[in-house]
Design a protein around this ligand. Structure first.
Ligand code: SAM
Ligand code: SF4
Length: 333
C-alpha cells in the first residue's frame, strides 16, 4: 500500500473532513434553505463502524488530521464514543470538530476526555437578534457559553468561524476584530461560497475579504502573523497587545488550491476530492475490504482538478465542468 495520498499536482493529502450527519438544528442563510430540506434516511448515513474503518485505512495512507463536521455533528447519537474510537486510531495526530455550538457547552468536557483536541465554532454575529436571523433560530447566549466552556476544559486553541455576507454582518467586522483584544481565540472570517443549492442572491451577498480589510478601522494596526499550527488556508493578523488574532479565509477572491491537502467524506459515505466539483466516489460499497477502500481513496485523487472555479460565478465565465449540487451540510463544509 502506498504511504501517501498524492495527487497529479504533487499535493500530499493528510487531512480528512467527515460529515457525520447531514441534519442540523439550524438553517443558516448561507448554508441551507429555510424550508424544504430533506435529510438522508438513517440507513443511508455511515455507521460508527464504517467511519472508523474508513479513517483507519486513511490513516495508513497518511491522513493525520480528522475534522468531524456536518450538518451539526453534535446531533449524532454517540458522538462522544465515536470521538473516543477515532482518537485511538494509530496515525491520527489531530482530531477536531466544527459545530454551531448550540449543544456544545454541556458536551465539551466529555468530548475533551474522549480525545477531541480542538473545536471550531460558527458564530456569525455578536448581536443576539441578528444571530438569530442569520442562523434562522440560533441562540447566541448558548454559543457564548460554549466558547467559555471550551476554554475552561482546554479545547484550545479555539476558533470562531464567521461567514461574512454583504449587508448581513459585514458591519460587524471591526467588532469581531475588537473581540480578539480580550479573548485568546482566533476569529476566522470566511468568504461566502457558492456551494450546493447555488444559493439565490449569492453574487449580491458575497463580499471579498481583502476589500473588507481595507475598509476596516483596524487596517493600519493589523500586524500579519505567522500561521498558527493547524492554521489552515488563512492569512492571519493580530492587533498590538491583543490576546487573540484573526484570519481571512478567501476561497473565492484568492483561492489557495495549490496548497490543498484535504479530502472530504460525505454523510452517506462518498469521498469528494474537491469541495466544489461534483466528482465523488462511493466508499461505503467497499466496507469490509481495506484494500479496495484504499484504492478508491487513491483513485479519487486522480479526479482532483488543480483548482475550483468559484470566482467564475462572479464574472459569469463558463465553468470547465460540473459543480456539485450537494449542500455544505452533506459534504461537511
Ligand atoms: N454545523 C456546523 C457549523 O455550522 O459549524 C458544521 C457544519 S457547517 C456546514 C461547516 C462550516 O461551513 C461552518 O463554519 C459554516 O459557517 C460554513 N459554511 C456553510 N455554508 C457556507 C458557505 N456557503 N460559504 C462559506 N462557508 C459556509
Ligand atoms: Fe447547520 Fe452548520 Fe449549515 Fe448552519 S452552517 S445550517 S449550523 S450545518
Amino acid at each position: 500500500m502506498p504511504s501517501t495520498l498524492t495527487d497529479n499536482y504533487n499535493r500530499i493529502h493528510n487531512y480528512m473532513r467527515i460529515s457525520i450527519t447531514d441534519r442540523c438544528n439550524l438553517r443558516c442563510t448561507y448554508c441551507m434553505p429555510e424550508e424544504g430540506m430533506t435529510f438522508l434516511p438513517n440507513e443511508q448515513l455511515m455507521t460508527d463502524e464504517e467511519i472508523i474503518q474508513i479513517v483507519r485505512v486513511a490513516a495508513q495512507l497518511g491522513i493525520k488530521k480528522i475534522r468531524l463536521t456536518g450538518g451539526e455533528p453534535l446531533l449524532r447519537p454517540n458522538v462522544v464514543s465515536l470521538v473516543q474510537e477515532l482518537s485511538q486510531i494509530e496515525g491520527i495526530e489531530d482530531l477536531a470538530l466544527t459545530t454551531n455550538g448550540l449543544l456544545l457547552a454541556k458536551m465539551a468536557a466529555d468530548l475533551k476526555r474522549a480525545g477531541l483536541k480542538r473545536v471550531n465554532i460558527s458564530m456569525d454575529s455578536l448581536k443576539p437578534e441578528r444571530f438569530k436571523q442569520m442562523t434562522r433560530g440560533g441562540n447566541l447566549q448558548r454559543v457564548l457559553e460554549a466558547v467559555e466552556r471550551c476554554t475552561e476544559v482546554g479545547l484550545a486553541p479555539l476558533k470562531l468561524n464567521v461567514v461574512l455576507m454583504r449587508g448581513f454582518n459585514d458591519d460587524e467586522w471591526d467588532d469581531f476584530i475588537q473581540y480578539t483584544i480580550d479573548h485568546p481565540i482566533t476569529v476566522r472570517f470566511i468568504e461566502y461560497m457558492p456551494i450546493g443549492g447555488r444559493q439565490q442572491g449569492w453574487k449580491r451577498d458575497y463580499i471579498s475579504l481583502e476589500e473588507r480589510l481595507k475598509g476596516s478601522k483596524w487596517h493600519e494596526q493589523a500586524i500579519p502573523v505567522d500561521k498558527p499550527r493547524h492554521g489552515g488556508p488563512a492569512a492571519y493578523y493580530r492587533l498590538p497587545g491583543a490576546k487573540g488574532q484573526f484570519g481571512l479565509i478567501h476561497p473565492v477572491s484568492d483561492h489557495f488550491c495549490d496548497t490543498c491537502n484535504r479530502l472530504r467524506i460525505t454523510a452517506d459515505g462518498y469521498v469528494k476530492p474537491c469541495l466544489y466539483w461534483s466528482d465523488e466516489f462511493h466508499l461505503r460499497h467497499h466496507i469490509g475490504d481495506d484494500a479496495k477502500l484504499a484504492e478508491v481513496l487513491i483513485r479519487s485523487l486522480e479526479a482532483k482538478p488543480f483548482n475550483h472555479e468559484m470566482a467564475y460565478e462572479l464574472s459569469g465565465q463558463s465553468l470547465s465542468h460540473q459543480p456539485t449540487t450537494r449542500t455544505m451540510s452533506q459534504i461537511g463544509g
